[in-house]
Write a protein that binds this ligand. Structure first.
Ligand SMILES: [Zn+2]
Length: 467
């Protein structure tokens, strides 16, 4: 019976994949299919991406619309979706499930198939991948401790050495736990989510020696896993995908947003700062929202500006639907900070202003730079084309429908993503041709542009920037 393993290297930029840093990924790609135009979703934030991976749907459908969301019942406070306990509290407060679309874990459970999730991401990120792990009797293991695991995850955790404290070591520890305890008898679907090179990129510098060391260590752990897979009984039955959820831009400088909001039309809104930022109101009419969005287009530190669909949008502002992030739980105004396509001091293209605790030179993501939206996506295994460099557009939402198809299960058509059929031996190229789409809006000297690619009913975000 077919099985599937998804390995996510959180925050890995495609231009950081190479023979020096990731020889095992390079070898894996050469023996399989690599998608050269793989894309994240917007906001390019980890929990948003995790929800798209597990549901095969865009943020406008799964509803986990930002790393920090307005509380659905009271927008005067915001919720950090990185904390499992806060997500469970939101579910209790609203009486509704966290995600508006079914997860892979639920769909597989319905078909009598098993799922295991191992993650060194935040407790909230791990929970998003399968909020129903306990109810469905499935295994979820978080490196953050037994209270963040499902019952079956706790059983496994108790049999392992204690996880190390440093993120780079945790990622390796987790990959080893998978290789030694899950891979010998893998469930139908497993997801191994490694917090590197994201964590070291954020805190120790994007492209820094420390980040490259963390990446090399994660790649080496992946190499050991691949070697066992190739030598073991599951070589022909198990398909492996390697992906990143988003890329990274380099923080070029800090900008404290809150002082600017005082005495502006956005005063009174709840601010959710970051690289991608939200403004939310509990009760605001279209005029208030429009005035705040209009004011943002007049600030030189602002990048792209989006506002909720259905109001009279001011000049220069694009609707949230343009970035596929329109949802009832989204902040009414979403904007990015000013970016540049220039190279960082370490030579990596894409820099941005940032409001938060990360250092200058550190990596951040959430916005629409190509550096943030362009991701890694590879497939390998007996059913996958060897040595194919696929130029068709692909993205995070395509993983889930491809998983279902390879496992012989229905449900792919109900998802936003597409089956990556061109990578399969028995597959075919998409019938539709990729078509470039451009959205532009201007207000005086302010001008923003959003580039997307459409492939049939599927839409991929390529880049957004202030021109
Ligand atoms: Zn991430």
């Amino acid at each position: 019976m077919s099985k599937f393993l998804l390995v996510v290297l959180d925050g890995l930029r495609p231009d950081m994949v190479g023979p020096d840093t990731t020889p095992n990924l390079v070898a894996f790609a050469a023996a399989g299919t690599r998608f050269l135009r793989a894309r994240s979703v917007f906001p390019s934030e980890t929990r948003v991406c995790s929800a798209s991976v597990t549901t095969g749907c865009l943020p406008r459908r799964h509803g986990l619309v930002a790393n920090r969301i307005p509380h659905p019942l009271d927008a005067r406070r915001s919720v950090d979706t990185g904390q499992m306990n806060l997500l469970k509290a939101v579910e209790q407060d609203t009486g509704a499930p966290l995600l508006d679309a079914p997860t892979l874990a639920r769909l597989l459970h319905g078909a009598g198939r098993d799922v295991a999730i191992l993650s060194s991401g935040t407790t909230g990120q791990t929970y998003v991948l399968n909020p129903e792990a306990d109810a469905l009797g499935q295994l979820t293991l978080s490196v953050h401790g037994p209270e963040f695991c499902s019952a079956r995850g706790r059983d496994l955790l108790a049999r392992l050495s204690p996880p190390p404290a440093a993120p780079a070591e945790r990622a390796v520890w987790l990959a080893e736990a998978y290789r030694t305890h899950i891979l010998p008898e893998p469930p139908d679907l497993s997801i191994l989510w490694l917090c590197e090179p994201d964590s070291s990129g954020h805190y120790q510098g994007l492209g820094s020696p420390a980040q490259l060391d963390a990446l090399r260590a994660a790649d080496a752990a992946f190499g050991r896993l691949v070697a066992d897979w190739q030598a073991g009984p599951w070589r022909d039955a198990l398909t492996i995908a390697v992906a990143s959820d988003h890329g990274h831009a380099t923080i070029s400088g800090h900008l404290a947003i809150a002082p600017h909001l005082a005495r502006s039309p956005a005063e009174g809104a709840t601010l959710m700062p970051g690289s991608s930022c939200g403004l939310a109101w509990s009760n605001a009419g279209g005029e208030t929202i429009a005035a705040a969005a209009d004011w943002l287009t007049r600030q030189d530190w602002v990048g792209s500006v989006f506002a909720t669909d259905g109001i009279d949008l001011p000049l220069g502002v694009l609707p949230s639907s343009a970035v596929l992030a329109n949802h009832a739980r989204a902040a009414q105004v979403v904007f990015t900070l000013r970016t540049s396509a220039a190279r960082s001091e370490r030579g990596l293209p894409g820099t941005t202003l940032y409001d938060g605790d990360l250092p200058r030179g550190g990596g951040t993501h959430g916005g629409l730079l190509g550096a943030e939206l362009h991701t890694v996506l590879m497939l390998g295994g007996a059913r996958i084309q060897r040595g194919l460099l696929a130029e068709t557009p692909a993205g995070l939402c395509d993983l889930a429908p491809t998983v279902l198809t390879l496992l012989g299960l229905p449900g792919a058509e109900a998802m936003d993503g597409r089956i990556l059929a061109e990578a399969l031996h028995d597959g075919h190229e998409p019938e539709a041709r990729p078509a470039a789409e451009s959205w532009e809006a201007a207000n005086g000297t302010y001008r923003q542009r959003l580039a997307r690619t459409r492939l049939g009913r599927h839409i991929y975000l390529d880049e957004g920037f202030r021109g």
